[in-house]
Design a protein around this ligand. Structure first.
Ligand code: PHE
Length: 355
């Protein structure tokens, strides 16, 4: 009986032990160790004095001599596995808790220097706002245009010098595709797509083939305006532009209109404002004339209205156009146009307090 029992013991224990070892390994593998508490649970269950590993070592005493080697090996492998898993999870959890304790969410962030608005943007916004208050809406259009929108629809004669290669950057000829030389092209597009009353301002970049100097650049910005309705008169234009001039340069500003010529307006005028620097007395900015030229304007030529199918017998309108660089030069007394394009921080930072 004793012998029998012993042989049973001999045969069963190793199989039983090996199974148990496998089971323990599986359990240890799938045990969740996502927190310090779970890590401690794991340690207590598998690695502590009262844990399953020690229990296995205790049982090991009863394993038959012949099987001691293989069972012992398996227990040792399990021990290594259990310890490695513990160490690896411990390290990972420590790293997580380390970085979370190091992050102080209340710490003020490193301050980055504020960018500044470009003077051209500031002045463009100011002009847009002034006309916005008078009921004008902003219209937009492409910088790459065809001849019709830039010249033909605006009553430019076929041989007009502005179409010449010297003024216009052509991209393609026949049909002519070019960089717009003024934002009047946007006005044409608006009149094509909209019935009067029309009241728009058209800000945008324009391009002219000019040598770059302190007073000229091949890229600059314009804001043009257009108002078309029944009974729009020259007096309406004059009053609108006076309001603009006073909002832009101060209430004491006076305006003066001098006869001029543009193919798309008749009559046409150049508008001057009284010099805001010397108040009209004469200084080096206004070249001692007391006046500063700021824009072209005039009543929309009936030929232009006909081109876009607006009846000139029913509707009239006025248009005006100014260079944003020029207005900004006067406002901030900037002497050299090239400063606008150089992005020199010493220049740009002077506008940091403007919003
Ligand atoms: N388009 C003209 C220019 O670029 C400006 C202008 C616009 C003049 C509207 C009169 C009327 O110089």
């Amino acid at each position: 009986m004793k012998n029998q029992l012993f042989s049973w013991f001999n045969n069963q224990i190793p199989i039983h032990m090996l199974q148990k070892i496998d089971e323990i390994r599986e359990r240890a593998k799938s045990a969740a160790i996502e927190s310090i508490e779970e890590l401690e649970q794991y340690r207590l269950q598998f690695l502590s004095k009262k844990g399953v590993l020690n229990q296995l070592f205790a049982d090991f005493k009863n394993v038959a001599l012949d099987d001691k080697k293989s069972v012992g090996q398996s227990i040792n492998d399990l021990k290594t596995f259990l310890q490695e898993r513990f160490d690896e999870r411990k390290l990972a959890l420590e790293q997580v808790s380390d970085s979370s304790t190091k992050t102080d969410l209340t710490r003020p962030s490193t301050s980055l220097p504020w960018g500044t608005r470009h003077p051209i943007s500031l002045v463009r916004k100011e002009i847009n706002d002034i006309f916005g208050r008078m009921g004008y809406v902003i219209a937009d259009g492409p910088e790459i245009e065809d001849d019709w929108h830039v010249f033909s629809a605006l009553n430019f004669a076929e041989e007009h010098p502005a179409r010449d290669m010297q003024d216009t950057f052509f991209i393609q000829q026949k049909p002519d595709i070019l960089l717009r030389t003024h934002t009047s092209s946007i006005q044409v597009r608006t009149m094509e797509n909209q019935k009067p009353p029309i009241r728009v301002i058209c800000p945008g970049r324009v391009f002219r083939n000019e040598a770059i100097s302190a007073r000229a650049h091949c890229i600059f910005h314009q804001i043009e305006g257009l108002y078309i309705d029944k009974d729009v008169s020259f007096a309406d234009m004059k009053q609108t532009l006076l309001v603009f001039a006073r909002e832009m340069f101060g209430e004491k500003t006076e305006i003066r209109l001098r006869p001029s010529f543009f193919p798309f307006t008749e009559p046409s005028a150049e508008m001057d404002v009284s010099c805001s620097i010397c108040g009209g007395k004469g200084c080096n900015v206004c070249k001692y004339s007391g006046w500063l030229e700021i824009m072209g304007c005039g009543m929309v030529d009936p030929n232009v209205l006909k081109e876009v199918n607006i009846d000139p017998e029913v509707y009239t309108g006025f248009a005006f156009g100014m260079g944003v660089e020029r207005i900004a030069m006067l406002k901030y007394q900037i002497k050299d146009l090239r400063l606008y394009f150089e992005n020199d921080l010493r220049f740009l930072e002077q506008f940091s307090k403007q919003v």
